[in-house]
Write a protein that binds this ligand. Structure first.
Ligand code: ZN
Length: 67
C-alpha cells in the first residue's frame, strides 16, 4: 500500500528505536495521551506499551535540544 511520492510525506519517529519512518510504513501505531505514536515493528510497540513514559521523555529531551 505505498503511495506515490507526489508530496513529501512527513517522516515521523519511532519513539522506541529512534528510527524515522513514513506513517504509511509503520508496523503499528498507538494512541497515548492524545498523541499518535508510530512504530517500525511490533516489538517497538510492545516496548513502548511497557514503559511509555520513558520513551516519551527521551523523545522530548531530544527534541528540546534541537533547534
Ligand atoms: Zn522501532
Amino acid at each position: 500500500m505505498r503511495k506515490t511520492k507526489e508530496n513529501k510525506e512527513q517522516l515521523i519517529r519511532d519513539p522506541v528505536c529512534g528510527m524515522w519512518i513514513e506513517p504509511d510504513d509503520a508496523a503499528d501505531i498507538m494512541l497515548y495521551e492524545d498523541k499518535i505514536f508510530y512504530f517500525c515493528a511490533p516489538g517497538c510497540k510492545k516496548a513502548f506499551e511497557k514503559e511509555p513514559e520513558k520513551f516519551i521523555k527521551v523523545n522530548q529531551e531530544e527534541l528540546s535540544t534541537e533547534k
